[in-house]
Design a protein around this ligand. Structure first.
Ligand SMILES: C[S@@+](CC[C@H](N)C(=O)[O-])C[C@H]1O[C@@H](n2cnc3c(N)ncnc32)[C@H](O)[C@@H]1O
Length: 304
């Protein structure tokens, strides 16, 4: 839940109850060059959307582009004047919105300094990347026609909060999105979720705890029911799909790519970091395959 603002902060400032900026940087600031070795060309660092025909030759690049297009279409962002991307990573969604979907201006927020610095070295036209949390974000131009968020929601609540407090943090996010959107405006949200298979062997539990401690500190994966509850009375859910197999395949491809470039990865990030990422990516394949984790893609529509 939002803590009160520290002394001296503006009255409407809230303190992020999820992962701190330091925790986010622990992960995303490892090194752009390290991530570039195993992500696709656009540096999209979230589950892709693979084709229905299951073509084993499909490239990660194409599947990532399809995912961006799916969320853009869901949010009805094509041709929009202004769109916000909450947790924009290295900006692939901002570029897709303006370069392929005719969006007038795309704004992204991230907490990662190295993502912001990378973007500033070659900013794309009609895009803007801000180094701030969604909780601090105040749009300059009255709001947005559409909002998207991919793979950031997992960072919004700290581990170990009681369910009611987690839901309160998520509700704060939905309330903010509602403030930014017109009635009928849409939010496309993709996030990992807890899976409904809660039976786990010791190794699975150890791997999940390792990921929470060493890879994504201060973050907890939401349950679908918490997301639904938090959005009630503000948004209708007009689309939802669960694609755990798509994340198993995406993590598998990332793992293969990292292994193929291992010597370079070790040179950039060091042996320990590379070994940690190998364990995180290979165990993630299993977590999604075994339904210990799910991958939700929601479309919400503001009702009032
Ligand atoms: C897994 S990355 C996904 C990046 C991008 N959406 C993509 O698909 O490649 C998560 C992103 O969420 C951002 N993030 C996490 N918590 C945030 C917060 N409270 N406010 C803004 N961005 C946040 C991180 O900085 C990072 O850019």
């Amino acid at each position: 839940m939002s803590a009160p603002a520290p002394a001296g902060a503006p009255a409407d400032t809230v303190v992020n109850a999820g992962a701190s900026a330091e925790a986010i940087r622990h992960h995303y600031d490892v090194s752009d060059a390290f991530y570039a070795l195993w992500l696709d060309r656009s540096l999209t660092y979230t589950c892709a959307l693979w084709g229905e025909d299951g073509d084993p030759a499909e490239t990660l690049e194409r599947a990532q582009e399809r995912k961006l297009d799916h969320l853009i279409t869901g949010a009805r962002a094509t041709g929009a004047r202004r769109v916000l991307d909450v947790g924009c990573g290295w900006g692939s969604m901002l570029r897709r919105l303006t370069q392929a979907h005719g969006v007038g201006h795309a704004v992204g927020v991230t907490l990662s300094e190295s993502q912001a610095a990378w973007y500033r070295r070659g900013p794309a036209e009609r895009t803007e990347l801000l180094l701030e949390s969604w909780q601090e974000h105040r749009p300059e131009d009255g709001g947005y026609d559409a909002v998207v968020s991919i793979g950031a929601f997992e960072h919004f609540a700290a581990p170990g909060l009681p369910r009611a407090e987690r839901v309160a943090v998520y509700r704060e996010f939905f309330d903010r999105c509602a403030q930014w959107l017109p009635v009928g405006g849409r939010l496309a949200l993709q996030t990992c979720v807890k899976g409904n298979n809660v039976v786990m062997d010791r190794r699975t539990v150890a791997d999940l705890l390792f990921i929470m401690k060493m890879i994504f500190p201060e973050s907890e994966i939401p349950a679908v029911s918490e997301i639904v509850e938090a959005s009630e009375r503000t948004f209708d859910i007009v689309g939802m799909r669960n694609d755990p197999d798509h994340y198993a395949r995406t993590a598998g491809v990332w793992h293969e790519r990292l292994t193929a470039r291992r010597p370079e990865a070790v040179e950039i990030a060091g042996e320990t970091t590379v070994a940690h990422y190998e364990r995180y990516l290979s165990s993630s394949v299993e977590h999604f395959r075994n339904r210990h984790l799910g991958l939700s893609r929601f479309v919400f529509e503001k009702v009032r």
